[in-house]
Write a protein of this length. Structure first.
Length: 372
């Protein structure tokens, strides 16, 4: 049976005497009035289509395992929905006597002190150090079941803060989905894979823009050498945009890593797409002078129209916890996330908020923008 839309499939099953109206009735009983009912209905129709095809047992087992892992992770992480989280990547083979182990432990402690939860792959090395510093109350471990090397560290082992995953792709999904920021420490193939995948997702707009911090020990050259290669081979050959390098920040201390994350959320809260408009939620309203600067210096980010600031978002289907936030909306091109990061950096300057007087540093920043 060729691929069909779920609505077409619904009619197909009706013609064969299958009462799918009962499915809708049962969904109404389970989740009465839920705005997600059409999504659950399509999920069930997709499963019915797979059952109708009944082509491969392995496909069915993969789907079942994936759904179970997704459901378990959703349920577990619901408890921490209101807390910001930072995913920390790094080598599982970093020994305790290595300077990066101590730095990762300091990072975990600094993140916990800032009321940020620490997500890692729950293994040893950098992961164990970050969790050790953060403590159990501020730790989440996304463990992968492997026959070697990847065993849960002592901080999360045996607790309800450990989520085991069978599939790498689902584990990677939650590393990014739950992250309000990412800190990458030196590591091997796995760390480099995670770093490049995260940057690709953000660069292409498939994942929301969040701070990506490269952390190395003082005097360390791991990320410095990586960035030099990227600049020399990727940027100079125009495989990436020069602004793509704005998506990452290199630091050499735990405090600088946390400051980078905190600065990103100083005014910026979150973003979404709504009716072909890109919406940036902000905690502080921007001044008229800042809006003029944005209109002039970030015109390349919009397809048409103007940047608009709105004080009340309650009328546009925002959830209650977000409805009080000020919004900056524009017809975003969807390209050049590095330039979008520069816009976020601009709105995070307190001097650009309403009822604030610009300082000399802000004036210099504006002059630099106009000159670029």
């Amino acid at each position: 049976m060729p691929h069909q839309s779920n609505e077409h499939l619904f009619n197909h099953f009706k013609e064969h005497g299958i009462d799918l109206a009962a499915v809708d009735q049962q969904l109404q009983l389970v989740a009465p009035g839920s705005p997600n009912l059409p999504l659950y209905r399509d999920m069930l129709l997709t499963v019915l289509r797979m059952a109708h095809d009944d082509s491969d047992r392995w496909n069915a087992k993969i789907t079942l395992q994936a759904l179970r892992e997704l459901d378990h992770a959703f349920r577990t992480l619901q408890r921490y929905r209101g807390r910001r989280k930072v995913t920390v990547f790094g080598s599982a083979r970093t020994p305790m006597e290595h300077p990066m182990y101590a730095l990762a432990r300091e990072l975990g402690a600094a993140l916990a002190h800032a009321e940020l939860m620490v997500i890692t792959g729950a293994g040893g090395g950098i992961m164990a150090a970050a969790h050790e510093g953060a403590g159990s109350d501020h730790s989440l471990g996304f463990n992968i079941t492997l026959p070697f090397e990847q065993h849960a560290n002592a901080t999360v082992d045996g607790t309800d803060r450990l989520l085991p995953f069978h599939f790498f792709f689902i584990r990677k999904l939650f590393f990014v989905k739950e992250a309000d920021a990412l800190v990458l420490c030196p590591g091997g193939f796995g760390t480099l894979d995670e770093a490049l995948e995260v940057l690709t997702l953000i660069q292409t707009g498939k994942s929301p823009l969040v701070p990506v911090v490269l952390l190395d020990s003082p005097g360390g050259t791991f990320w410095q050498d990586c960035l030099a290669f990227i600049s020399r081979q990727l940027e100079e050959n125009r495989y990436i945009l020069p602004s793509d390098l704005k998506l990452v920040r290199l630091v050499h201390s735990a405090d600088d890593a946390v400051e980078e994350i905190n600065q990103f959320y100083r005014n910026y809260h979150s973003s979404r797409w709504l009716n072909n408009q890109f919406v940036i939620r902000m905690q502080h309203r921007l001044s008229e002078a800042a809006l003029v600067d944005i209109e002039e210096n970030f015109a390349d980010l919009r397809l048409s129209g103007h940047f608009q600031q709105h004080a009340d978002s309650g009328a546009e289907h925002e959830t209650g916890s977000y409805s009080h936030l000020t919004r900056l909306t524009f017809a975003f091109t969807g390209r050049d996330q590095g330039r979008l990061r520069e816009l976020i950096d601009f709105i995070n300057l307190s001097e650009n908020w309403a009822n604030r007087e610009p300082t000399h540093s802000t004036q210099r920043a504006r002059e630099a923008l106009k000159a670029s």
